[in-house]
Design a protein. Structure first.
Length: 196
């Protein structure tokens, strides 16, 4: 859950740190006021009763997503410092993080345990291993070589659309195009591509 006032303070710090350039003469103070309105003035109806959201932000709102990314940027700063060493990777998509390390498993567990207490609203779950999925990519350390392929979640349906369905004809081509595009992008070897 995005803490409203803390997120607004982090937004202001972010804009100051990266030399915010006013768009349509909107100052940082005006952005702060607007952000507060967007976060604190969410009204919704549930069981014929009106409610005002007092924690977090509206799901699906482009602003809430942007603010969540800025909030995570702030949170991850201590974690990123370690990953600045040569030959290490750090990647994040919203709240999913991927890092590589040659440190011991004990050290990694301690680092993640420390990161888990950076903020009470952020709780980490972790996987450590030579083969992991990150979003829809399978990443493997195969004898010191980084090998990638398409990861299929167990809950995801395969690319099947019955030809006799009422879907528009372009849907059939799009399914094939998307599957091929993912296979090309994510397969680091010809063998992985052929398997996909």
């Amino acid at each position: 859950m995005l803490p409203q006032e803390e997120a607004i303070a982090i937004l202001k710090k972010f804009l100051l740190q990266f030399n915010h350039t006013p768009v349509r003469h909107m100052t940082i103070d005006a952005i702060e006021i607007s952000a507060r309105i967007v976060l604190t003035e969410n009204i919704f109806i549930y069981n014929d009763k009106y409610y005002r959201q007092i924690k977090g932000g509206a799901m699906g709102s482009p602003f809430t997503l942007t603010l969540a990314n800025i909030f995570m940027w702030h949170w991850e700063q201590k974690l990123v410092v370690k990953q600045k060493s040569p030959n290490e990777l750090y990647g994040r998509y919203i709240d999913d993080i991927f890092i590589t390390s040659n440190d011991s498993i004990e050290y990694l567990r301690q680092m993640l345990s420390t990161a888990d207490v950076y903020h009470p609203n952020i709780k980490l779950t972790s996987e450590i291993g030579k083969s992991l999925s990150f979003l829809d990519v399978q990443i493997e350390n195969r004898n010191g070589q980084l090998v990638t392929s398409v990861h299929h979640k167990d809950s995801t349906e395969p690319y099947i659309l019955p030809f006799k369905s009422d879907h528009p004809r372009h849907s059939f081509a799009n399914i094939i195009r998307t599957a091929l595009s993912r296979a090309i992008r994510y397969s680091s070897t010809l063998q992985e591509f052929k398997h996909e």
